[in-house]
Design a protein around this ligand. Structure first.
Ligand code: ZN
Ligand code: ZN
Length: 311
């Protein structure tokens, strides 16, 4: 990154300060992406790499799609894989949010829930529209990726996003790296930015709950300063807060742990692995989700299953 650009590309996800030293390799990772959205690894490969470093409970949380979970071959070996999604909800009405978004994870949603799938299908259609709006904008900026787009072959049910565009910009020689493309070209306020369309946080939380899942506020480092907002989301049905996030400092984790405790939110955690910067093993080495989170998550999912079935 150039010297005139002191901010990191994702300052809202990375907090600075002392880093956590995992007491043992994390057995839990509840936030990962595969090539069914903007990650690089096929789902089975991600699961194998997670298993190899000792993960026993893994959530695949691709953006607006459950294709990664559905495409996994059946297996009775660890890790247990939880179906999940990440919904980048549009929250322009809320002051001071980066890119006007709140990211909501849906952990343990029912992959056979047709109403939920209909919502995700609509979300993916909006992603396709945005993708091609950006491609046209880049063309008008003299940063054409038309040849690279022509070679794309997304899997069925896969969703598109800016990281894929960033990789195509790198392939076309218009950017040095995905981070460089996001920071200079695709981020909000940059020439290639196009606003997102889609559901808001309230609709995202409602949809996840209706599908039997736990709605979790992802990588929201400001949760302590914006406790009122988190409390409001809890009123809407939020059930978890991503406390043990790989890019958070010890101080952030400690502060968010307190917020989760006071608001009775399940303190989840994960790597948010995409694959552009490092191997899964390298990402996992910087992650620690306490073992006890598994039981808290299972208990919360049992409660939400009780709410959505007639049992
Ligand atoms: Zn996110
Ligand atoms: Zn993510």
């Amino acid at each position: 990154m150039s010297g005139s650009e002191p901010e990191r590309p994702d300052p809202y996800r990375t907090t600075h300060g002392e880093r956590l030293v995992p007491p043992h390799p994390s057995q839990i990772d509840l936030h990962t992406h595969t090539d069914r959205s903007d990650g690089l690894l096929p789902p089975a490969r991600l699961v194998a790499e997670a298993a190899a470093v000792g993960v026993r409970l893994l959530a695949i949380t691709d953006h607006d799609t459950l294709a990664g979970f559905r495409d996994l071959p059946a297996s009775d070996r660890p890790p247990i894989v939880i179906p999940g999604v990440e919904i980048n909800s549009v929250a322009e009405a809320i002051e001071g949010l980066r890119e006007g978004e709140l990211h909501i994870l849906g952990l343990g949603v029912d992959p056979d829930d047709e109403a939920f799938e209909a919502i995700l299908t609509e979300q993916r259609a909006r992603r396709v529209e945005r993708f091609f709006r950006i491609v046209r904008r880049l063309r008008s900026l003299g940063l054409s990726i038309d040849d690279q787009v022509a070679g794309l072959e997304p899997a069925a049910g896969a969703s598109l996003g800016r990281p894929q565009i960033a990789r195509l910009l790198v392939a076309a020689g218009h950017a040095a790296s995905v981070d460089d493309a996001m920071a200079r070209i695709l981020g909000r306020g940059r020439p290639g930015y196009e606003p997102r369309a889609g559901i808001g946080p309230d609709a995202a939380i409602r949809a996840i709950r209706a599908a039997g899942g736990l709605a979790v506020l992802a990588h929201f480092a400001e949760a302590n300063e914006r406790r009122d907002l988190v409390a409001e989301l809890k009123e809407l049905g939020l059930g978890g807060l991503e406390v043990h996030y790989r890019h958070f400092s010890v101080a952030t984790i400690t502060a968010l742990q307190q917020v989760a405790r006071e608001l009775s939110l399940v303190p989840t955690g994960g790597s948010d692995y995409h694959g552009d910067r490092e191997t899964y093993a390298e990402a996992h080495a910087a992650l620690y989700v306490p073992d006890g989170v598994a039981e808290l998550l299972h208990a919360a999912l049992r409660r939400s299953a009780g709410l959505t079935t007639s049992e």
